[in-house]
Design a protein around this ligand. Structure first.
Ligand code: ATP
Ligand code: MG
Length: 261
């Protein structure tokens, strides 16, 4: 009998710590996202939201803790005090990173390449996809994010909203198991936010696992299964949108969500 009810854990984080010198920015973060879930991370500036996301794909090396992606634990090397020094196997990191699509606040497109080149570069060079197939898939993605007509444009000739949609298409081209978004709309003019949120909502509705740092509270409430409120590197509140936005036991969380509504 096939097991229809089996749910896989997409991301398992256990007691994650990160220090920059003496400054401990993450103080023991644990979470478990199931396949297809959308998690939003909220909290005030400096609470550690970006650092948390960056630790997940090892753009920052955590100091302590454990991370598993799709059931595979990241292997670390430790120093004599048990602190993480580095990844054990670079090959593993490269492979796991291809499973994580990251979208940044400032788009991070390659400025000297056209939109389509931005999208096909990694599938061809990292996944080994045939060029014609990569172009075909890129065009489908451009259609999906409403940018087909911009395929040959350079990023500098696009609006911020268009650049961010191109960046999302670029991340999706790697067919990642999970998408990480770090404030994908906060660098945009207000009138451009909606078009990007619409694309992100579409990805969520297709069942992609997503971890998203955002200040768009209404959006977070609409699309998320779970919300984490970070305060000074700790999870101060976590739960359903209803719980975090309406029934939080944390006075800080209540004050935060009221201040940004
Ligand atoms: N590379 C770094 N070196 C030293 N300190 C850092 C580094 N990156 C982040 N920090 C510090 O870690 C803390 C948390 O930063 P982080 O960028 O994670 O916050 P954030 O919640 O994303 O804030 P914001 O909402 O402003 O983006 C801050 O005090 C910051 O100065
Ligand atoms: Mg940040």
């Amino acid at each position: 009998m096939p097991q229809h009810s089996q749910v896989n854990i997409a991301l398992d984080v256990h007691d994650l710590h990160k220090s920059f010198g003496d400054n401990e920015v993450l103080k023991g973060i644990s979470m478990q996202a199931k396949d297809g879930e959308v998690w939003s991370v909220i909290g005030s500036s400096g609470s550690g939201k970006s650092t948390f996301l960056r630790c997940l794909n090892l753009l920052e090396m955590p100091s302590q803790g454990a991370i598993s992606i799709a059931g595979e634990a990241i292997e670390f090397k430790y120093n004599s005090q048990g602190l993480i020094l580095a990844a054990q196997r670079q090959k593993q990191i490269q492979r796991l990173r291809t499973n994580l699509g990251m979208v940044f606040q400032n788009f991070n497109l390659w400025q000297h390449q056209t939109v389509i080149k931005n999208i096909i570069e990694a599938p061809i060079h990292v996944l080994g996809t045939d060029k014609a197939q990569a172009i075909d898939e890129a065009e489908q993605l451009l259609n999906r994010v409403g940018l087909w007509d911009k395929r040959d444009a350079y990023p500098m000739h696009l609006s911020g909203g268009q650049q961010q949609r191109a960046a999302i298409a670029r991340a999706l081209a790697m067919q990642p198991k999970m998408m990480l978004f770090d404030e994908p709309t906060s660098a945009l003019d207000p009138e451009l936010v909606g078009e990007v949120l619409k694309v992100i909502r579409g990805i969520a509705e297709e069942g992609k696992t997503m971890i998203m740092v955002t200040h768009e509270m209404r959006f977070a409430r609409d699309v998320s299964n779970q919300i984490i409120f970070l305060h000074e590197g700790r999870i101060e509140e976590q739960g359903s949108p209803q719980k975090v936005f309406n029934e939080s036991e944390s006075a800080r969380c209540r004050a935060f969500v009221n201040s940004v509504h």
